[in-house]
Design a protein around this ligand. Structure first.
Ligand code: PEP
Length: 263
């Protein structure tokens, strides 16, 4: 279903009216985690100023440590819905448990499946049946074939509104959090008709890498990027070191505006 064999044209997916697909580079930006109404609104305004047309923000955070901030849950979803009202930006947010899919879908415009749940087949089937677009991150240990098969689980339930997101894979390298596999973009686009985007924030894990990796994403033909921004990253409850700050927004906006010239 997700293969390009029976569907040679590349697909465009619409999220609250915003297209993700060939011919455009969609910017999705916002806080890694929803912390407070004010922080989320400020981050959304930063995202919008940089040219974002979709807002990201996690209300359910899949953290490595059970002692780390786990997200605000439904209270976070309510904040995202309020900020959508205030900014007009449709909301992309992660769901980590099959039991929460209906609840998250009642607030979100797009459901995100994170790298740690990329082969959680019950969750993939649940989002496949809910009738909302899905962003499927690549498992950090998944081959491209495994990633596409995970997408197939969603598609099998009747949902072809899927965007693939390369977010870095595990390698021996420790200078970056994960290794961004830029070659995954053209390979996945050759094998599948689904749009493919890149997450330069979670792959690099460092603010300084986000803009260079965004340029790389655009140069390699990605259909979009998803980027963390935070008004006060030093106080962030999750992944502060990778969040772009106010001073980075102009350059990000410039990179996004000039994308056709980079091709
Ligand atoms: C995220 O985007 O909030 C996230 C946790 O990403 P990943 O699943 O790629 O680590």
């Amino acid at each position: 279903l997700v293969s390009r064999d029976n569907h040679p044209e590349r697909s465009t997916i619409r999220v609250g009216g915003v297209p993700i697909g060939p011919g455009t580079v969609t910017l999705i930006a916002g806080p890694c985690a929803v912390e407070t109404p004010q922080q989320t609104l400020q981050a959304a305004e930063m995202a919008k100023a940089a040219g974002a047309t979709l807002l990201r923000g996690g209300a359910y955070k899949p953290r490595t440590s059970p002692y780390a901030f786990q997200g605000l849950g439904e209270a976070g979803l309510r904040i995202l819905a309020d900020v959508r009202e205030q900014t007009g930006l449709p909301v992309v947010t992660e769901v980590v448990d099959a039991h929460d899919v209906e609840l998250v879908a009642s607030y979100a415009d797009m459901l995100q499946i994170g790298t740690r749940n990329a082969q959680n087949f019950a969750l993939l089937q649940a989002v496949g049946g809910i009738g909302k677009p899905v962003m499927l991150k690549r498992g950090m240990n998944a081959t491209i074939e495994e990633w596409l098969m995970a997408a197939e689980y969603i598609a099998q339930r009747g949902n072809l509104d899927i965007v693939l997101c390369e977010r870095g894979i595990r390698t021996f390298e420790t200078a970056t959090r994960n290794t961004l596999d830029v070659s995954a973009v053209p390979v996945a686009q050759r094998l599948s008709h689904l749009p493919v985007i890149i997450d330069p924030s979670h792959s690099g894990g460092h603010r300084d890498l986000v803009l260079p990796l965004t340029r790389a994403a655009i140069a390699v033909g990605a259909d979009g990027v998803i980027i963390d921004v935070h008004p006060q990253p030093e106080q962030a409850l999750c992944d502060g070191p990778q969040a772009l700050v106010d001073g980075d927004l102009e350059e990000l906006a410039d990179v996004m505006r000039r994308f056709p010239a980079l091709l």
